[in-house]
Design a protein around this ligand. Structure first.
Ligand SMILES: Nc1nc2c(ncn2[C@@H]2O[C@H](COP(=O)(O)OP(=O)(O)OP(=O)(O)O)[C@@H](O)[C@H]2O)c(=O)[nH]1
Ligand SMILES: [Mg+2]
Length: 335
């Protein structure tokens, strides 16, 4: 039997370091959201489709209860398999949309926090079709009597770097053909302050507000920090890049080790993996050594840009979702 056929992936990844990333501006944002709660009519919570459960922000949930809520699972283009034709991509998107909706229904049933309405939506911020659909949902909620205020305020909230500002811009462009109103950037913490109100519709008093991305003050499980870091929600360097690559290797091996066949035979050993990648990408020095941080950074960048497999890091089947909700409940009761 050759090595590929004999390969058995690790079944677990022990990681116990509890931590979070919650700098001052996130504290301030949480407080401000709390104080603005009565003025918030529609909440658009933006999550990363690659971690649909882990990028849920329960700190925001608990202060903005009883609102109309739309959950947007953004960056779906990085969560569905690549090398597919556009029509297959559409099928994958429909499948993702369905699984996100089911997941939302299960969460809603067992949730301690209630919302007036909850809607789940798969999204890619650069594709206008999704902006049109989201715009329609917001319009229905605003205009068809779900809110009583004359002026409707739509708040974009969520974990850092999930694409809140990009979505605000995409909606504004589709609705009003106006240029960008919010600055976007490829690292977490780009938006540091609440934005001014930005008009969304020209025929109704509906306005949007962009908010800084916030993590939760504590993390439900240490492994969540690894997932959040892998997709770019956490400040670079907080978790050592080799540990992140080791975790990525663990996840890829569970999906399909042939994803990295251009670099290496299947392996569970991160050092062997780094060395093989260094060799294949010309990052070995004359003496045969390599800088593990440089190679790790290269692998992470390849993954984040969608060029190293597109898959979910969170399982979204019913038993896994329920197990997670149970764990969260136990943790919150212990506090
Ligand atoms: N592949 C992909 N990238 C996206 C998508 N939406 C946004 N991005 C990219 O993700 C990065 C972060 O986008 P932002 O809109 O700045 O994210 P944010 O949530 O406002 O981030 P903070 O303000 O830091 O909390 C940018 O590089 C965007 O171009 C998407 O649907 N797919
Ligand atoms: Mg932003």
């Amino acid at each position: 039997m050759n090595r590929t056929m004999a390969f058995v992936a690790r079944k677990s990844f022990p990681y116990e370091k509890p931590s979070t990333w919650f700098p001052g501006h996130m504290h301030k944002t949480l407080k401000k959201l709390q104080s603005l709660s009565s003025k918030t009519d529609i909440l658009v919570e933006v999550r990363d489709a690659r971690i649909p459960l882990t990028s849920r922000n329960f700190a925001v949930e608990s202060i903005l209860r009883n609102k109309n809520r739309i959950i947007v699972y953004n960056k779906c283009d990085l969560a569905v398999p690549c090398e597919k034709s556009l029509s297959t991509f559409r099928d994958e998107m429909a499948h993702l949309q369905q699984s996100f909706q089911c997941m939302q229904d299960w969460c809603q049933q067992s949730q301690r926090v209630t919302f007036k309405t909850v809607d789940a939506s798969a999204y890619v911020s650069s594709i206008p079709l999704y902006a049109k659909k989201l715009l329609k949902r917001i319009r229905n909620m605003s205009v068809h009597g779900l809110t009583s205020n004359e002026r409707v305020h739509v708040y974009f909230v969520g974990m850092p770097n999930t694409g809140k500002s990009s979505i605000l811009n995409s909606l504004r462009h589709v609705s009003l053909r106006r240029s960008k109103a919010a600055i976007t950037g490829n690292h977490p913490g780009v938006t540091k302050h609440f934005s001014e109100v930005v008009r969304l519709l020209d025929d109704a008093e509906v306005f949007m507000l962009d908010t800084p991305g916030i993590m939760t003050p504590s993390i439900a499980a240490p492994e969540d920090m690894l997932k959040l870091s892998l997709v770019g929600c956490v400040k670079e360097g907080l978790i050592d890049s080799v540990t992140l690559v080791d975790y990525l290797l663990f996840r890829i091996n569970l999906v399909d080790p042939s994803i990295y066949s251009k670099w290496s035979l299947p392996t569970n050993d991160v050092d062997e993996f780094l060395e093989n990648v260094a060799q294949k990408t010309g990052k070995l020095s004359k003496g045969g050594g390599y800088n593990d941080s440089t190679v790790a950074a290269y692998i992470l960048q390849t993954y984040r840009s969608g060029k190293l497999g597109r898959f979910l890091l969170d399982p979204t089947d019913k038993p896994s979702v329920e197990l997670r909700l149970q764990r969260e409940l136990i943790k919150s009761q212990k506090k």
